[in-house]
Ligand binder design. Structure first.
Ligand SMILES: NC(=O)c1ccc[n+]([C@@H]2O[C@H](COP(=O)([O-])OP(=O)(O)OC[C@H]3O[C@@H](n4cnc5c(N)ncnc54)[C@H](OP(=O)(O)O)[C@@H]3O)[C@@H](O)[C@H]2O)c1
Length: 270
């Protein structure tokens, strides 16, 4: 069993990842800026207070650790929805400088397995957040540590958040780009498997079980939530789709469908 330091354990993926790791019998420590007391008992994990943006607490957090899962990120878009500023800049202090600090500290601590969570299609996206995330991934790939990189398509919660931002419009004009967003539980299961099987390098990418036009995901969202909106699908080139982060992969498929995920939210999807 591994002793794992997880970054990003308090995030969306983290909420599924931590239980998946502890259920597999691993000892888990979370590097977090604040301990989540509501989760402390339920999760039975160690908390190490620290901040990737400043470097505070990282060395101490790595004491006795053999595996790191680096899932922290600072994505303003995921936090508060898309704003015009996101087409011009995105902060790099967590994803680039923070990743560099974590890699250096992991080397000092003789970490044997550094798992990096990344995003499908980063190489083609022109969004500043994607450029920042790609720079972080490159640091991992160039590192002398033993690393697997696991890329996932956008998570369901992010898709729901994006569509929620359109709710005030009576007509939704949406691209038909093929996409397969994924449930964080499927990604968490894959990461837990990666801890145990030890395979290194660039691993198969993971996406959701259904590849559909983006506009069809929107239609299902509208129907499950009982909204009355007109959806007008339109085709865009593959280049534009990728630039916008509308991606697909069939390398590895998750199990949970978008419709099932939406139904589980019980009408409370964002
Ligand atoms: N969202 C997607 O659609 C998607 C798709 C594919 C891959 N990914 C990747 O999957 C991973 C998890 O994404 P997510 O959507 O679950 O992220 P998220 O919900 O936005 O959570 C981000 C996590 O990073 C932590 N964090 C932020 N700044 C930090 C700092 N200065 N020091 C330490 N921790 C910090 C946050 O901690 P606090 O709780 O303190 O804020 C939180 O735990 C990321 O690597 C992301 O790039 C995401």
């Amino acid at each position: 069993m591994a002793k794992i330091l997880v970054t990003g354990g308090t995030g969306h993926l983290g909420h599924d990842l931590v239980p998946a790791l502890t259920a597999s019998g691993h000892t888990v420590r979370l590097l977090a800026r604040e301990a989540r007391l509501d989760r402390a008992v339920e999760w039975a994990v160690e908390w190490a207070l620290g901040d990737l943006a400043t470097g505070e607490g990282i060395d101490d957090a790595l004491g006795g650790v053999d595996t790191v899962i680096h899932a922290a990120t600072l994505s303003p878009i995921a936090r508060r929805g898309m704003r015009p500023i996101d087409f011009f800049s995105s902060p790099s202090d967590v994803d680039v400088e923070g990743t560099r600090r974590l890699l250096a500290a992991s080397q000092r601590a003789n970490v044997s397995h550094f798992i990096f969570v990344s995003i499908v299609g980063l190489d083609f996206s022109t969004l500043p957040y994607s450029r920042v995330k790609l720079a972080g991934e490159q640091l991992v790939r160039e590192s002398p540590l033993s690393w697997p990189v696991i890329r996932a398509t956008p998570f369901f919660y992010l898709l729901a958040q994006m569509l929620a931002g359109l709710r005030w419009l009576p007509v939704w004009l949406l691209p038909t780009s093929p996409s397969n967003p994924v449930d964080t539980r499927d990604v968490a299961r894959y990461l837990a498997q990666a801890v145990s099987d030890g395979e290194r390098g660039v691993r198969p990418q993971i996406g959701g079980p259904e590849v559909m036009p983006f506009s069809t995901f929107a239609r299902q969202y509208r129907d499950v939530l009982g909204l009355r909106r007109l959806i007008l699908p339109f085709p865009v080139s593959r280049k534009i789709s990728l630039a916008l982060g509308l991606v697909e992969t069939s390398e590895r498929l998750g199990e949970r469908t978008w419709k099932a995920w939406l139904s589980e939210q019980g009408g409370c999807a964002p």
